[in-house]
Design a protein around this ligand. Sequence first.
Ligand code: MCF
Ligand code: FE
Length: 401
Amino acid sequence: MIKLKADYVLTMNEKDEILLNAEILFSNKIIDIGYNLPGESIYLGKNSVIMPALINTHTHLEFSKNKTSLNYGDFITWLDSVINSREELFISCKGECYKNAIEEMKKSGVCAFGEISSTGNDLKYLKYSPLKVVYFNEIIGTNPAIVDAMYQDFLNRVNESKQYQNEKFKIGVSIHSPYSVHPILMDKVIELAKNENLPIQAHFMESKAERSWLDKGEGEFKLFFEKHFKNAKPLIKPIEFLEKFKNTNTTFIHCVYANEKELEKISQLNASIAHCPVSNRLLNVGKLDLERVKNQSIPYSVATDGMSSNYSLNLFKEIRAALLMHTDLHPKYLAKDLLKAVTKNAAKQLHLNNGSLEKDKDADLITFKLPGKVKEKELIPMHIILHTTEVEELYINGEKI
Ligand code: MCF
Ligand code: FE
């Protein structure tokens, strides 16, 4: 049993209480949080903070070798560069590459991440990860002639990853996007997710090109599909795509170009969104309208996406970017939402029992120090985001990592 004491303790409980000079008692689960708890406590020092460890809901670690290979600034140009460099990037990312990616997340206080795996090659590097992993096997492919083979390959990957399920390794499924997956495949994968109660992730309405392709079969995607594939017709309407996810736990990634009706649908489905602000900036697709997302009461997480569209996997850097990017929102309140996004909202998306400091939750927490005293309690989240890049300690299931 460990008892820690800090100047600022962010509970992320239902009331988002921040406790001053408070204590937390835990073994592998949180036993209690508050004041005058039994036993000897370790005081973490002046301006110290304890909060739930962060959760990066959406990554593509297969791309971790990328630094300068891909073409940023335009979505379709980027996609072309992914198709050209993918193999090379995948082959060159081995043990050390995955280790470094995990290390960068760990330093930023990440205890768990959602990994989108398109090949299954990353499994051997992630199955014994020191951080918790939710491993989403991805389905991608529009050719109706090879639907069965595609699904079989997907199933093989799912079954392979299932063998490693434990306290720290869980699985989910990912449908790449409405423009890149055949509806027959979508149905099969959603059926599997429903039967086994698996979380789902899908990229949705990331770019203007996706919008005009799915709405009208026009725009930059038309040229792209004609160049790479034979079929040049969108296979599904955006609303029909969303409706397929009824009675599932799905997170839609990006949603920058989702319209009001689609957001309303996402809200009705009790689904959620993962916001990847740096990725959106680098692929130059614009930014998610957080005000509209909030108005529809859609919970959102913030994630780094992969090194395929980011310069870092540090989640504190990511939420700082979000804080600075969304100039239409008050930083004090946005900061509070962003901390929720990378803790309790993220936990719900990944089916994890963490993300808040409450009795019986997994003892996944981080400690670090602010550079000075914060006079107004309401400003604590903002100062945390402005002044934190790396944490001092990370505990996962009560163990120092
Ligand atoms: O989220 C970003 C941008 N949008 C879509 N896909 C990806 C992202 N980063 C990596 N990807 C992957 C995706 O999972 O790149 C491939 C898929 O395997 C794109 S399709 C050739
Ligand atoms: Fe992504």
